[in-house]
Ligand binder design. Structure first.
Ligand SMILES: [Zn+2]
Length: 67
């Protein structure tokens, strides 16, 4: 990326308060869209589905399952 005026950009989510830092504009866009997608997905899940998902992730021994 050329012509970039900043060294890094900090993003703070207004919904969950999560903060992350991106070193490039492309990384920022990627992180931001991934984060919004995750929120959109979570918003679609019912508490029952979330419980099922957690159980499934735990069974599969997946780290970082939502709590
Ligand atoms: Zn968030």
């Amino acid at each position: 990326m050329t012509g970039q005026a900043w060294e890094q950009a900090d993003f703070s989510c207004g919904t969950c308060g999560h903060c992350f830092t991106a070193a490039t504009e492309q990384e920022y866009v990627n992180l931001y869209s991934q984060h919004l997608n995750a929120h959109a997905l979570l918003a679609m899940l019912t508490p029952g589905m979330l419980k099922e998902l957690r159980a499934l992730l735990a069974l599969a021994d997946v780290e970082g399952a939502p709590s």
